[in-house]
Structure formats: C-alpha cells, structure tokens
Ligand binder design. Structure first.
Ligand code: 13P
Ligand code: SF4
Length: 370
C-alpha cells in the first residue's frame, strides 16, 4: 500500500538533540490536549515521550480511555492508528508521525483478495459456519469485512480467547463456528490452533495468489483452520537453528518468542506470547536469569538495559529491527507536536464512517470477549 510522507521542514534534523527540547516544550504547552501512545517496538528516543506504552491490544484500550485528549499521537504503525481512530470519539483526531510507517504483514491481505476467498469458500461449504478472524495487523477495510460477516479482530495477546469464542456454542455466547478463515498472519493462527489442541492436519494455507487459494474442494470443506498465507518478515527470521544455537551457548537459559514466529520455532520455545507477555515474564523472573528472546530488537535491547541483573539477548545475532516502526523518530514526533501548537494537524489518520462503523463492530466484539 502506497503512503507518502513528505520530507520534514529543514529545521527538523535526525539525531539532533534539539528535537527533545522541542518535544518537551510542545508537550508542556499542549498538556492534556494531546496523548502520546508508544508501541514497544519504537525507538527509545520516542518511547521516552509516550504517555502510555503497550502491545497493540493495550494501546487500543488506552486510545479509547482518554476522551479528554483532542489529539492522539500514535507512535506505532498505520493499522494501529486506524484502530485508534475507530475506537476514539468524533471530537478526537489521531496522528501518525510518519505516514510511511506501515506493516508489511498487514499489506499481505487486501479487501478484494479476502472477498474473493470468501466467495470461493462459500461455493463449497456452509459459509454461515465459517468465522472470519482478522489479526489487529490489518487494514480497517478488513476489520469492517469481519464485522459485517459476524467475525472478530484478535491481537497476539487474545487470539486464543477469540478463537475459543469462534468455536464456542451460541448458548455460551460463542459463534458456533465449524471453520475459521484467519488472516493475514498464518503463524499466529497456526500457533494458537495448536495450543488449543488442534492438529496441523486440520489446517490449510490459503494462498491468495492461486485460484481457490491453491486448495481442492475437500480441503476447503474439511479444514478447521484456513490460514492466510501472510507473515511478519521480522519474526520469520527467528529460525529453529537460532533457538538451538542459544541453547548450546546458554543451557540454563529460557527461550521466549512472539507468536508471529513459525510453528517450528514456537514448538522449541519455553514460552510464547505478545510483547506485553514477554515484558511481564522478564519482570517476574529472578535476578541471574538468562533469556533468549524472539521479537523485535528495540524491545529486546530496552529490556536488557532495564534489567542489568538478568542476561537478555536476541535469538538473532544479526539485529532485526522492524523497518516501518523505525521510521518514527524524535524529529517526526517534534514536527507533529509543534504543528499542533501552531494549530496545524499533520498526518491525521481517518477511516471513513461506513468502514469505521463495521470495523468497530469487530473491534468491540474482541473487547467484549477478553
Ligand atoms: P503485539 O500485539 O505483541 O504488540 O504485536 C504487534 C506486532 O506488530 C508484532 O509484530
Ligand atoms: Fe508488521 Fe512485523 Fe513490523 Fe509487527 S514487526 S509491525 S507485524 S512488520
């Protein structure tokens, strides 16, 4: 998806210490009128200014619970800012400091492809018993599709609860699904399904580049999980070989990975969970513990810095930042905040009302389930 960030005015220079002074001054002037959210993968120079940090689920709750702020500055990626716009009041405006901060995984599924898949599945199976579930890492258009079709959004911290709801009986408030179409991350869907006790044989990968997802009729009909062929380029780097290398160097160490990693890697890890889960696990561990972490490097480095009494290393010795999260820096944050002080709203993210109302249905279902 093409998004265009114009160059900043010349006075905003990368790595200029003046950016911090600009942010501090603008924040002091704006007070409660602005609320800054920071995802855990953001740079330290950005996280330092966040009023709330969190994983994508916690940040969506935070966005919703600050009606006093006229402006929510979302230091994260585009789909997170869209969700914040959907969940916040009409009087609030959401700002993404760099428009090019997208998510390559979210871009792996678009509305046309998902609608085509839905029609193809409806030709061979009872579509009323298929529940569409979209990972938070998706466009607002896909969240709206899911809202219209009786499905829900999930994040990495609540995928299990949302899938339990999908297959749960109507009497228990569930959706009574027989099958789930899960997009865009095949790994989160597969890892969660296996943790629920489903077999890999019950899952098929839907390839949007092939007719009927590249699947035959029986497979479409019989698979409990139809998993979209999407992935995160950051998390797919954490291979089983890296887990083995960490274990041979640190035999007493513990491996914790994000559920966007492949099933082969997750099955070798000691624990798996969202970014908030990883943070809590490390906070609760005794001094002297050693961890090999499979998630984005800014979070891993921050945890290592915050816990000098524990050894915390990335499973991947070749540093792997999320290049789109990385686009937001102190210069862009200073630029949008100074704009607000001067009465200009730069980089506002809006979702059209029709899309927003259906996407909100899917997001509200998630918030009710968990
Ligand atoms: P969390 O839900 O754990 O914050 O993950 C979001 C994300 O984009 C991970 O790549
Ligand atoms: Fe998207 Fe992966 Fe970056 Fe998360 S880490 S924002 S899934 S590209």
């Amino acid at each position: 998806m093409l998004r265009l960030q114009a160059p900043l005015p010349e006075r905003f220079i990368d790595d200029d210490p003046v950016n911090a002074e600009r942010i501090a001054a603008a924040k002091a002037t704006l007070g409660d009128r602005v609320f800054i959210l920071g995802h855990h993968y953001q740079r330290d120079e950005v996280i330092a200014w966040a009023d709330a940090t969190g994983d994508s689920f916690r940040l969506s709750q935070q966005a919703q619970s600050h009606p006093e702020a006229d402006h929510i500055v979302f230091c994260g990626v585009h789909f997170m800012a869209e969700s914040a716009d959907i969940l916040t009041g009409d009087h609030q405006q959401v700002i993404l400091p760099d428009l090019n901060a997208g998510c390559s995984m979210a871009d792996m599924a678009d509305l046309d492809e998902v609608e085509e898949a839905w029609e193809a599945i409806a030709r061979v199976t009872d579509i009323d018993r298929v529940v569409p579930i979209t990972y938070m890492n998706s466009s607002a258009a896909l969240k709206a599709f899911v809202g219209r079709q009786g499905g829900a959004v999930c994040t990495s911290s609540n995928a299990r609860a949302v899938l339990d709801w999908s297959f749960g009986s109507v009497g228990d408030g569930g959706r009574d699904g027989r099958q789930v179409l899960f997009f865009p991350d095949q790994h989160l869907g597969r890892n969660t399904g296996v943790a629920m006790g489903h077999s890999l044989d019950d899952m098929a990968v839907w390839n949007p580049r092939k007719a009927d997802g590249g699947l035959d009729e029986v497979t479409i009909k019989e698979s409990t999980f139809l998993l979209w062929k999407g992935h995160c380029s950051v998390h797919q780097r954490f291979t089983p070989d890296l887990v083995a290398a960490f274990r041979s160097e640190f035999p007493d160490g513990e491996v914790i990975v994000h559920p966007e990693c492949s099933h082969e890697t997750v099955s070798l890890a000691d624990r798996v969970g969202s970014t908030d889960f990883i943070i809590r696990a490390i906070e609760e561990a005794p001094a002297g513990s050693t961890f090999g972490i499979g998630t984005e490097i800014h979070l891993v480095s921050r945890l290592a810095h915050q816990h000098p009494d524990k050894r915390i290393v990335s499973l991947d010795p070749m540093v792997c930042p999320c290049s789109t999260m990385f686009r937001i820096d102190a210069a862009h944050l200073a630029w949008v905040l100074e704009g607000l002080v001067e009465g200009r709203v730069e980089n506002r993210i809006t979702v059209d009302p029709e899309t927003a109302s259906w996407a909100r249905v899917a997001l509200d279902r998630m918030l009710e389930i968990v």
